[in-house]
Design a protein around this ligand. Structure first.
Ligand code: SF4
Ligand code: SF4
Length: 229
């Protein structure tokens, strides 16, 4: 029984235990948690703690106490407020609350938790772009028609795109043609990595439609290159 009221009493304790066991079984886990002094240094360095009801100290403490109810609650809420900046790595106990959050998020995604689906639903297009082409969303794509859900700022940003691009320090990023081209061999390697490391299975858990589109794109390219997946 944890210190706080259980927000998810309908979820059996055995299920919370199973998910926590998955977090602890991650090979990175022992390097991310050594105990907690409760000093709050991580909170003072955390940008997300300034804007949300969120505390990396609570993440480390819940993990150190193995408070299954609170960990499950954090897996469904708090962890999605972290911006993964790792400023909290200055912890004097050498914990990495941000690292713990990375593992917890991955477990949430692998298990298709509703919170993971909800947190990632706005990123389908970005994930498709990154995984399908091996590159990121380029500023040129920030057009009002393509991103109506991004609100009126897109219109302001897109009006000055050429100027914004020229302001980027690396010269290669000044044009789309040179900045966002991925070599054919590299894209095949990326597709193989995503398949062999089960990233595609994770996508299938959180967004089946996106998985099917990506899988089609990848299968075709891999077959052309002589691979079967
Ligand atoms: S900085 Fe480290 S020891 Fe201090 S509260 Fe945060 S996790 Fe605990
Ligand atoms: S990694 Fe997350 S928890 Fe750590 S300082 Fe950054 S936002 Fe806060």
């Amino acid at each position: 029984m944890g210190l706080f009221a259980d927000k998810y009493p309908e979820v059996p304790l055995a299920e919370k235990e199973r998910l926590w066991a998955e977090v602890k079984a991650d090979s990175r886990f022992p390097a991310y948690l050594y105990g907690c002094y409760e000093c709050g240094i991580c909170v003072a360095s955390c940008p997300s703690a300034r804007f949300y009801d969120f505390s990396p100290r609570k993440i480390a403490q819940a993990a150190a106490r193995e408070d299954l109810e609170l960990i499950y609650e954090q897996m469904n809420d708090d962890v999605w407020n972290c911006s993964q900046c790792f400023s909290c790595n200055r912890c004097p106990r050498q914990n990495s609350p941000g690292g713990l959050i990375t593992i917890i998020r991955e477990v949430a995604v692998k298990n298709g938790l509703k919170s993971a689906k909800h947190a990632l639903e706005g990123y389908g297009r970005v994930i498709y772009k990154i995984m399908g082409t091996g590159t990121q969303v380029s500023p040129d794509m920030l057009q009002p028609d393509a991103f109506p859900d991004w609100g009126p700022q897109v219109r302001d940003v897109s009006a000055e795109l050429d100027l914004w691009r020229r302001a980027l320090p690396p010269e290669t990023l000044h044009t789309t043609s040179t900045g966002w081209q991925v070599d054919e061999k590299t894209i095949i390697e990326l597709y193989l990595i995503w398949h062999h490391t089960n990233v595609m299975d994770m996508i299938a858990e959180v967004d089946e439609g996106l998985f099917m589109i990506l899988n089609d794109v990848m299968e075709e390219k891999l077959e052309e290159a002589g691979y079967e997946i």
